[in-house]
Design a protein around this ligand. Structure first.
Ligand code: NCD
Length: 306
C-alpha cells in the first residue's frame, strides 16, 4: 500500500498545501470508517512534551500503537537537556540512536522551525528525523486544527460559507491561530469575540465582534477556548469574562455545534449544564484526534515503510 501524501515534518498549517490538508482529512475519515492503516512496525518515535497534555499526548500514543510503531516517552525533566544540552544536539543524538520522529510540545515560540533551519545553516544530522508540532507557544497547534477540520467536515460535509465564531482567550490560543489559518482556506467565515485583554488585532482574515450576542447571530459553529492562565501576565478578570463571554444554555443558538479543544474549565468558558447537554462534539473532537494523528503519522513515516 502507498501513502497518498508524504510529509517531511509537520511544523504548522502554513507549511501545508490545501491538497495535503484535504488528503489528511480524507485519510483520517477513511481509517475511522474501517480502512486498514499502514503498518509502521520499523518506526521509532519519541514523545517530547515540555508542557502538560492529556488528549494530544495520549492520542498520538494510541495512534502510534495502532500503527504498530514503537513509542518512547522522552522524560523532559530527566533528560540531558536539563544538564544544559543544546536542543539540536539532543535531537541529533536521538537520530543517531535510531529515532525516526519526535513529537514536540513546547512553550518556546518557533523552536521547531528554528531547529529545522539549523540544518540549512550547515549543522549536519546523523540521519533524517521528522519533527511534528504537538503545540508550540501561543502560535501553532497544527494537529488540533487538522482534527477540528476533520470534525467539521464530518458534520457539515461542505465548509464553504459556514459561520464560525471563536470565543475567548484568542490572544494566547495556539488552537485559535491554527484553526483560523486552516479554516479560512476552506471558505469558512470567521468571527472572533473576546474582551479587550484577549484580543489580538494582528490576526488576519477574521472579523472582530465587540459583543457575544452580535457574534452569535448567524453562527453555525461556536468554538470556545480555555483561558490560558499559564501564558497570561497579570490578573484575569474572570467575573467580567463569565458575565459577558461565557457560553451557556441561553445564548448558544439551537442550530450551532459547540466545539472546544479541551481541557474545559467547567463554569468558566462554558457552563457545566451546557457541556453535559450539548458537549457531544467535544468528545468527537478527541475521538477524531486519534484518526487524524494516524493519517498524519502515515504521511510522515509511511515513506520509511513502503
Ligand atoms: C490545547 C493546547 O494545549 O493548546 N489543548 C489541546 O491540545 N487539546 C488547548 C489548551 O490547553 O487550552
Amino acid at each position: 500500500m502507498t501513502v497518498a501524501i508524504q510529509l517531511k515534518h509537520l511544523i504548522d498549517i502554513k507549511s501545508l498545501s490545501t491538497q495535503e490538508i484535504e488528503a489528511i482529512a480524507e485519510r483520517a475519515l477513511e481509517i475511522k470508517n474501517g480502512a486498514n492503516p499502514l503498518f509502521l512496525k520499523d518506526s521509532h518515535v519519541a514523545l517530547m512534551f515540555f508542557e502538560n497534555s492529556t488528549r494530544t499526548k495520549f492520542s498520538f500514543e494510541i495512534a502510534l500503537n495502532k500503527l504498530g510503531a514503537s513509542v518512547y516517552n522522552f522524560e523532559t525533566s530527566k533528560s540531558s537537556l536539563s544538564k544544559g544540552e543544546d536542543f539540536f544536539d539532543t535531537l541529533n543524538n536521538l537520530a543517531a540512536i535510531g529515532f525516526d520522529a519526535c513529537i514536540i510540545r513546547t512553550s518556546e515560540e518557533g523552536l521547531i522551525k528554528r531547529t529545522i533551519e539549523e540544518t540549512a545553516k550547515g549543522r549536519k544530522l546523523f540521519k533524517e528525523i521528522a519533527l511534528i508540532n504537538a503545540g508550540e507557544g501561543a502560535s501553532a497547534h497544527p494537529t488540533q486544527a487538522l482534527l477540528d477540520f476533520v470534525t467539521i467536515k464530518e458534520y457539515f460535509k461542505d465548509l464553504n460559507g459556514l459561520n464560525l465564531v471563536i470565543v475567548g482567550d484568542i490572544r494566547h490560543s495556539r488552537v485559535a491561530k491554527s484553526n483560523i489559518e486552516l479554516l479560512n482556506r476552506f471558505g469558512v467565515k470567521i468571527k472572533c469575540t473576546a474582551p479587550e485583554y484577549f484580543k489580538d488585532e494582528s490576526i488576519e482574515n477574521i472579523e472582530w465582534c465587540d459583543n457575544l450576542p452580535d457574534a452569535l447571530k448567524d453562527a453555525d459553529i461556536v468554538m470556545t477556548l480555555r483561558i490560558q492562565k499559564e501564558r497570561i501576565e497579570g490578573i484575569v478578570e474572570f467575573e467580567d469574562y463569565v458575565k459577558n463571554f461565557q457560553i451557556n444554555e441561553n445564548n448558544l443558538p439551537e442550530r450551532c455545534i459547540l466545539m472546544h479543544p479541551g481541557p474545559v474549565n467547567r463554569d468558566l468558558e462554558v457552563t457545566s449544564n451546557l457541556l453535559d447537554k450539548r458537549g457531544g462534539i467535544i468528545l468527537t473532537q478527541a475521538h477524531n484526534g486519534v484518526f487524524t494523528r494516524m493519517a498524519i503519522l502515515e504521511a510522515v513515516l509511511g515513506g520509511n515503510n513502503v
